[in-house]
Design a protein around this ligand. Sequence first.
Ligand SMILES: Cc1ncc(COP(=O)(O)O)c(C=O)c1O
Length: 360
Amino acid sequence: MMKVPDYIAKLEAYVPGKPIEELEREYGISGPVKLASNENPIGPSPKAVEAIRAALKNLHRYPDGYSYHLRKKLGEKLGVANDKIVFGNGSNEIIELLVRTFIREGDWVVIPSPSFLMYEIIVQAAGGQIVKVALKDLYVDLEAMAKSVSENTRMIFVNNPNNPTGTIISRDAFDRFLEKIPPDVIVVMDEAYIDFIRDKDFVVGLDYLDSRNLVVSLRTFSKAYGLAGLRLGYGVMKKDLADFMNRVRQPFNTNTLAQIGALAALDDEVFFEKTVKMVHEELDLLFAQVSKLGLRCFPTQTNFFLIDVQRDAKEVFEGMLHKGVIVRAMNAYGYPNYIRVNVGLPEENRRFVKALKEVI
Ligand SMILES: Cc1ncc(COP(=O)(O)O)c(C=O)c1O
C-alpha cells in the first residue's frame, strides 16, 4: 500500500477551462468559441511568433538558465534591478516556487475567497494551512485579511485585480493593510490582469520593493501579451527572496522559446495596445448587450466579468456548450448562479450574446 500524506490525498485537481478540441470531440461541434480562460483572443504577438520561428534551429541546446536577455530588457522596462526578478513556467510556477521555498507543513497562508483557485491547491500540496478570507461585495477584504494574521502566518496572497470578480485594490487601502502586516510575512500581489485596469486608483506591487514589508509582484505573458501556451511568468521581489527561490527552482525552468518569445513580445507595443483597446471596447459592448437580456453584469477591471444568470450556472454552462460557446460556471467558486466570461473577438462576442439569449 502506498503512503501519501493526508493533505495530498485530500487534494482536488484544478479544473481548467474546457479546451476547444475537447468540445469538438465530445459534442461534435466545429469551430467553438472559448471564453473561459481569460486568454488573449487576438492570438500571439506576431513579433513573438517571428522570433520563435528564427530560434527553432537552436533547440538542441539547453536554455539560458539566467534568462539574460529577457531579464535585462524587463529590468529596464520595469525600472528594477535584474537580480530582483525570478522567471517561471507561467506565473503559476512562481506561486509554486514561493510556497516551496518559504512554506513548511503547518504554516498558515492567508488567501481571499473566492480568488484564483491555484493558491489553495499549491499551498495544500505543500501541507500549508489555508486561511480563507471572504470577499466583501466582491472586493478583496484587506482589513479582514490583516485581522486573520497570526504568529503562524508566513504568506498572504492578494489578487489585484481579483479573479473571478474583476475588482481592484486602492493604494490607500493597501497602505493601511501593510501597516498591520508583520515585516517577515510575505505579501504576494498577483497582478496577472494589471494591464487591463481602467480605473486610476489602484496599487502596484513594484512600488513596495523597498518598503519594510516583503512584497512580491507576480506578472505574466499569458494575458495581454497573448502567450499563454508558451508559459512565461515572473515575480519581482527583494533580492534576498529571489536568491532563495533561485536555489530552489530548476535551472532550466523557462524554456528557450518562451524566453525568446517573451523578449520579442515586450517590444510589440502595437499588439499590446491593440489588445487592450479591443478588450475595453468589447467589454462596453458586451455589458450593454447582456444587460439588455435583463441579466446583471458586474463591473470589471480585467478582460473578463461575472454575469448573474439567475439560475444554476452549470445548466447555463452546459446549454452554452451545445451552442459551441465555452464559458465558466462559478459554482466551484461559491457563486452557483454566476458565469464568468472573458472578452473574445468581436464576432465571438456577438455569438456569445446570441447563445446566451437562446439558453436563458
Ligand atoms: C489570477 C491569476 N494568476 C495567475 C494566473 C496564471 O497565469 P500563468 O499563465 O502566468 O501561469 C492566472 C491564469 O488564469 C490567473 O487568473
